[in-house]
Design a protein around this ligand. Sequence first.
Ligand code: BGC
Length: 754
Amino acid sequence: MATDVKKLVSEMTLEEKASLCGGADFWHTKAVERLGIPRFMMSDGPHGLRKQDEEADHLGVNDSIKAVCFPAACATASSFDTEMIGKMGEAIGDECQAENLSIVLGPAVNIKRSPLCGRNFEYFSEDPFLAGKMSAAYINGVQSKHVGTSIKHFALNNQEYYRMSNNSVASERTIREIYFPAFEISVKEAQPKTVMCSYNRINGTYASDNEWLLSKVLRDDWGFEGFVMTDWGAVDDRVQGVRAGLELEMPGNTEVNDQKIIAAVKDGSLDEKLVDRCCERILKVVYDYHDNKKEGVVFDRDADHEKAIAFAAECGVLLENDGILPLDPSKKIVYIGEYAESPRYQGGGSSHINSSKVTSALDSAKAKGRNVEYVKGFPAQKDEPLDKAELDKAVAAAKGADVVVIFAGLPDVIESEGYDRKNMNMPAAQNELISAIAEVNKNVVVVLHNGSPVETPWAEDVAAILEMYLGGQGVGEATDQLLYGEKNPSGHLAETFPMRVQDNPSYLNFNSDPEICNYAEGVYVGYRYYDKKMMPVRWAFGHGLSYTTFELSNVKLSSDKMTDDSRITVSVDVKNTGKVVGKEVVQLYVGDLNGTPDRPVKELKGFAKVEVAPGETKTVSMEIDSRALSYYEERMNDWFAPSGKYELLIGNASDNITLREEISFETKKIKPMRMDSSITVGELLANPVTAPIMGEALRKAMQDSPFGDPNEAVGDEMMQAMVNFMPLKSLMSFGMMDEKSMLALLDQFKAVIK
Ligand code: BGC
């Protein structure tokens, strides 16, 4: 039977309640022994356990127990596979049960706004829909094991630069369309047990003090039922936090703030009911875990290592391939680059896992008896000048080989929690080595290990590129399986690779001011920007190749009409037209055809991954509703899509749309019009409700006006365009209407527009 937390809280003293609102130490909530209230333990996250008992820290500096490091979110997002990440969540949930952990601190769903954010490897995507769907599936997986999650970092924490104090300044539309949906989808579809608020301020108010964020949006708009905790050290004004909807302050050392809560209740500035509310919300989660604790679950590290390999193989993205891949094992193959021996498979900081074992590509090659020679070429974990002797060795080996596989990427020092990257480059030594090898051997394959896009000046000089991201401790074996065709690559990019960092929409406003981060590019993040600017990119969002080919056809819509409350199911046939079994990622984008100002060309609103055998055809289906067509209209404080036409664009990459359908949409929502004499003729003509009245008034007004008889220099079309931008009041200035008629006209408009 579930514990009655309301009753328990009613038995607590004010002191006990205030103290429950702060952590006991780095990883525990407080126990209240008098009432038998247990403490509980949490751990980072997100892609494996970082359970620390002694010498706790939040930057991954000190050791934690041996655990399994699964692929980081940069990798899992590329799988576009919600089922897979759900299974990963289940494995992590079981591990938590075995280790007596009640909450895993993740997933981290901040949007990859700039390739330079040091923590991008922990984040899913530049696209909020994809990030939200992957996150929700992960949460559902973990929580199916009666272990909680902590979705983080809420919100607008998209850089490490001054992350603990910076003020993220963005319009509500930008926040609602880009930076919130990953949280919103997760709350609505998976109800995470906890939310971790971020360090930064949002439009001037710290996330931890922000009632709009923590109560209005999170609870009232989305229906969140768990509790909110701070990021480690993110508390600002503890008493305001209680009012705002911040339940738990982490980590420990909260005595001073506990006293502030007590004092505020005593002096009447804080309602004790709000403290009760915090305790009830915290205890609900504590008891949900305790009442459902599973005994006897075993953390089988070897079995989970095998899962880590299988997941990593789903994530690798084949970016380029002239046919050299899959490798022919009978050929003479050379591996170059220390990542072959010691892969970069996870990022630095709080998510850093003490891995139970790591398989490198070289380990796998040896275990399988592959004919592979290895030359270090450059170090894995340093960014230092190319060693001439190493280069010479690598070039000599490459000259005598049929195929060269270069294992390249970013060392930890370049990409980590706590600081951002200075540029989008790979270490110069690696770029130089790749170019030098490409000059002596045309069969060069580059394998990449990085958490975010890099510039690849040599991309056109090599035969194939396989992006493995930070693929977890099984990444070496997964790379081997993909290189030799034991598995067919099926990952697709969850982010755009721009040609150069300067092309990124946030470039001018990223880390330009220690105090303010201006999200000036608005909703034009990632492909939303590159599409609109028709800017060439290195690899587009959604791109990913396979060893087979697919054909998409036969789109069927359950209806080509949609209303506010209806949904449309879109089904598509996927045929494998090649010779090996493979998985395709079908992507559904939506575009507005009504000339609505300031909208991206298209936005991802559905995706489906499907395995198809050669010659076989399978049908996938995706569903959209009116939200998929809508933008956030600040003047309505609501989502809005004007009645009209929308296009559904289907393909296997944002730059490879092969199918297109049109639908019509009818809404009952009315966008309010500002109704005073500054309203323009054009706006009145554009609104179907006011258009007939304005049209008629205009016809009359034109008859007697100096514009009624356009001379040769001003044609009808020009006339129309000029009048469009004319406010009603100006019709008086040009003698087209007197004040009385103008005011009467305004009254008529007010009567039809509510
Ligand atoms: C990070 C969080 C992490 C926490 C605990 C913070 O520095 O931002 O993501 O969960 O530390 O380690």
